[in-house]
Design a protein around this ligand. Structure first.
Ligand code: ZN
Ligand code: ZN
Length: 260
């Protein structure tokens, strides 16, 4: 199942990298994960059809993961969308989403509905099932309640699992979720010399992300959510990760199609 990064940075964007957000897609539908930047433009730049976007999963309430939502909702309405958009999030995150809907009259003039689905903070929760794939969530360890996601797909010629960590410190629940995955997309916000700050902020260092990938037994590791202070020096994160993980380690590139 192909996926693309709409952004790969931490909380600060830079000329090179936008805030972390992703799109997973099958032949029939697109599932967005987090919503930053100019999301409608990113969908178009990625070569995806906005009418195929069925769902948005919001991992947590931090600004860099949610601020694009009003714009996405507005643009979809202006484009004449009729089908409902399903939004999945933890109850804490949902408060922010309801706040957006109070702040902007998103649905009043829109020809479609936004349907909110609350995700319980439960390990291995079945968030959604669609033709050819399903998505599971698990709570991870961050400054706000947050979830990691496992996308499992099984369609002719394609079978596997991709896991996205969300923002997190290394944690057993994410390692369990990632067990044996073909690809682990994991945040690597800081280098290991900032391990104390990483722990305080609920993030992972380059060195730690290699350990997580190795403990989870994944086949391939893709790093993202890089602190803006490391843009241009991301290879240092990769070099830390390969200390403890022997599989391939890549630095996420924006608007490039990845396949398992
Ligand atoms: Zn973040
Ligand atoms: Zn965060």
């Amino acid at each position: 199942m192909p996926f693309q990064f709409f952004g790969t940075s931490g909380a600060m964007s830079s000329p090179e990298r936008d805030n972390t957000a992703l799109a997973f897609y099958s032949k029939d539908e697109v599932v967005l994960v987090d919503c930053s930047g100019s999301p409608y433009q990113k969908i178009l730049k990625a070569g995806l059809d906005p009418t195929r976007v069925t769902s948005l999963i919001v991992t947590h309430r931090h600004v860099d993961h949610v601020y694009g939502i009003p714009s996405l909702a507005h643009n979809m309405g202006l484009a004449g969308r009729r089908a409902a958009v399903h939004v999945y999030a933890l109850s804490e995150t949902m408060k922010v989403l309801r706040g957006f809907m109070g702040l902007f009259p998103l649905e009043e003039k829109m020809p479609y509905r936004i349907e909110l689905h609350e995700v319980p903070p439960k390990e291995g929760h079945d968030v959604l099932r669609a033709k050819g794939f399903r998505i599971l969530s698990t709570p991870v360890k961050h400054g706000a309640p947050n979830i990691g996601l496992r996308v499992e797909f099984d369609s002719p010629g394609e079978r596997g699992a991709v896991v996205y960590s969300g923002d997190t410190s290394p944690c057993p629940s994410l390692i369990a979720l990632a067990r044996g995955a073909d690809v682990l997309i994991h945040e690597a916000t800081f280098l290991h010399d900032e391990v104390v700050r990483a722990a305080a902020d609920g993030h992972t260092t380059g060195y730690q992300v290699g350990e997580v990938a190795s403990q989870a037994g994944v086949k391939r590791l893709i790093l993202c959510h890089f602190s803006a202070s490391l843009h241009g020096r991301e290879d240092e994160l990769r070099r830390e990760a390969v200390h403890s993980f022997t599989g391939p380690v890549e630095l996420a590139e924006e608007l490039r199609e990845y396949r398992v």
